[in-house]
Design a binder for this molecule. Sequence first.
Ligand code: C2E
Ligand code: MG
Ligand code: MG
Ligand code: MG
Length: 286
Amino acid sequence: RAKDQGRNTYQFYTEGMQEREVMRLELEKDLSQALANNEFVLHYQPQLNLDSSKVNSVEALIRWEHPRRGLLAPGEFIPLAEENGRITDIGHWVVMAACRQLAAWKGTPFEHLRVAVNLSGRELDNDHLVDHIRDTLNGEGIAADHLEVELTEEIFIQNIEHNRDQLFRLHDLGVQLAIDDFGVGYSSLAYLKDFPVDLLKIDRSFITEVTERHDDAVITRAVINLAQNLGLQVVAEGVETQAQLDFLKGQGCNIAQGFLISRPVPAAELEKALASGELVKCAMVD
Ligand code: C2E
Ligand code: MG
Ligand code: MG
Ligand code: MG
């Protein structure tokens, strides 16, 4: 009996494994078609400038309109794309889509907006990335300072020399550079001296309980001071409550981003929200 049970357990386990492997292979196959089928879309999350109470920039976040599984968040396919190398083409598409959106906003009340795109370390490995970004900006007639690139601290741990070179080339074009999820990586602060960084984005994990936990408040305040003293702009991500926003404003944080202001939304919805003026209300409270 024990033996049978053991065997059943084993079979169940392998079936589960096989099922996951089949799903993964299926997703990988679908991913290989997604670009050709035009299934990716960018959603935009506004960033509220706390000095001016205006939205001057938005972060572009990719979604996959999967034909059977509905709208997929990046966490469900970006890691796979990084593993199998498709991330290079996806990254090129993201830059192109962001620049096309910027071109579409020309001559509208939204033409001042800067768009921030996320690139993973794997994308920086590609030597053609900077040329692609430059050609895309030129092709769409976009000034480079309308584009911002968000990178996480991982780029300061591996291929440091190569990454530093890539960042300087990007920065020389006029593209703004932001360190995303700042404070949760394993890198040293020393890279802030050697890399051309324009913005720090404080990781959401410090903001979530910033009004309840002394340690989060201390760390957040320290990062804001660090950024300011280095002459960098500082963005808080994951702002969900008015109390968090008031705290950040009081500490001199430059920019806030989070569900309190808006979730990431399709471009048309962003335009409607910006036109209505509703997004900046939370910055007006005193
Ligand atoms: P991220 O760049 O740190 O983006 C912030 C994530 O937090 C987004 O999730 C956003 O929807 C979410 N978020 C924003 N405000 C709040 C809030 O107030 N509360 C909470 N709980 N969450 C909030 P999303 O869109 O699922 O993206 C996850 C990650 O996927 C991004 O983290 C980024 O690292 C990556 N990603 C997104 N788009 C791209 C892309 O085009 N290319 C690459 N390589 N990675 C991307
Ligand atoms: Mg980001
Ligand atoms: Mg982030
Ligand atoms: Mg994050």
